[in-house]
Design a protein around this ligand. Structure first.
Ligand code: HEM
Length: 372
């Protein structure tokens, strides 16, 4: 049976209420499929979203509707069994290269504050896609790329990430076989590496989920809070104090935008180059509360051009966090080593190990390395 026939049969069978068990009526809706699933791929370039739909169709057409939708089965596993397409590391390197090239095509997207790079916002997308993970319920994380769906796309913490998703979509159309979760996390890897950061080990295997996999609002950190909040939020993802501090070093990159978070300004003088300057500046500058009508944030007393969020300042005001922050301020190599490890861990949150196509993560080459 052709793919389109399978799909048609799937629609007919899966959504005829009488044929579908009660639980299924609350799970993937017809609207969810129509609105959010990737269109069927060309035969030579299979998107795994398309494969999910195709495999679901096959199972449903085969009378497996109850099995799939009764909540006793993992549709992803059904899909995995039905899929044979495994692109090579070289294929993923091609995707990496396209992302790396597009990072510098930002022009003045960021208005007067143009970094000339999409790097920071693409890293933020990869982090927010992964940071919804909850160890206890084993939900969220980078696996299903659920930020494609409402209401997650509209969660306050994700304001502005439509920019990054739009940029990634341009890559997706060129490589329709890659899943969104793989694409976005590979984007995060490319952003770190191309902005002079360390290598971030990465491997593919995430699959596209559905709107039903969206996690509740409130799983990402609130910048106006203190140490207890950071420990609660990152502890829920499975991170300890040292990892929280290392992750915070990402704020060497990019800036805050009044129309996204309400906060304004960059953390460092070089927002498109990853260094340990975030930690150095936390210790070397005098940080004072900014006098303005906006949310509480700090500014450096001397130039008033840099900022710190309340949660950034916690990194040096909490005794345990401060120990790690000092170590990173004193040693960029140590920061890079720990940042690489913790970002690799972050990007794999929520992905079942057996889903990865490689037993060991890969080191993707930077554009510069490939010129040599
Ligand atoms: C510690 C808890 C964190 C809080 C409270 C926090 C909060 C924020 C806020 C409020 C912004 C400004 C968004 C905007 O207005 O555009 C921001 C930007 C950013 N965050 Fe975080 N963040 C945290 C952790 C992280 C982590 C773990 C990473 C990556 C590993 C990260 C990477 C970034 C980047 C790269 C930007 C700049 C985006 C741009 O320039 O468009 N953040 N963060």
């Amino acid at each position: 049976m052709s793919f389109s026939l399978l799909r048609a049969s799937f629609r007919r069978t899966a959504f005829r209420a009488a044929a579908v068990p009660r639980a299924a009526r609350n799970t993937p809706t017809r609207a969810a499929f129509r609105k959010y699933s990737t269109p069927p791929p060309a035969p030579e370039a299979k998107s795994n979203t398309g494969l999910i739909v195709g495999a679901l169709a096959a199972v449903v057409a085969g009378g497996g509707a109850y099995y799939l939708f009764s909540g006793n089965a993992d549709p992803v596993q059904a899909v995995k069994a039905a899929t044979k397409f495994t692109p090579t590391q070289e294929d993923y390197q091609k995707v990496y290269n396209k992302i790396a090239e597009i990072l510098d095509e930002a022009g003045d997207y960021d208005g007067d504050h143009a970094h000339g790079s999409y790097g920071p916002v693409i890293l933020r997308l990869a982090w927010h896609a992964s940071g919804t993970y909850d160890v206890a319920s084993n939900t969220g994380g980078s696996n299903y790329a659920t930020m494609r769906f409402e209401p997650e796309s509209l969660h306050g913490a994700n304001a502005g990430l439509d920019v990054a998703r739009g940029v990634m979509e341009k890559i997706k159309v060129q490589f329709p076989w890659i899943s969104y979760g793989d694409l976005w996390t590979l984007g995060g890897v490319a952003a770190v590496q191309e902005m002079a950061g360390p290598k971030v080990p990465w491997r593919p295997g995430r699959v596209d989920g559905f709107a039903e996999h969206v996690t509740p609002d409130g799983r990402l950190p609130d910048a106006s809070q203190g140490a207890a909040h950071l420990r609660a939020i990152f502890g829920r993802m499975g991170f300890n104090d040292q990892e929280i501090v290392a992750l915070s070093g990402a704020h060497a990159l990019g800036r805050c935008h009044a129309d996204r978070s309400g906060f304004v300004g960059p953390w460092t003088f070089s927002p498109t180059t990853l260094t340990n300057d975030y930690f150095k500046l936390l210790f070397s500058e005098s940080w004072v509360w900014k006098k303005w009508n906006g949310p509480k944030q700090l500014e450096d007393k001397q130039t008033k051009t840099l900022m710190m969020l309340p949660t950034d300042y916690v990194v040096i005001s909490d005794k345990s966090f401060k120990k790690f922050a000092k170590a990173y301020a004193d040693d960029n190599d140590l920061f890079f080593k720990d940042f690489s490890a913790v970002v690799a861990k972050l990007f794999e949150l929520g992905v079942p190990t057996q889903q990865f196509v490689a037993s060991e993560p890969w080191l993707m080459k930077t554009l510069d390395e490939q010129k040599k």
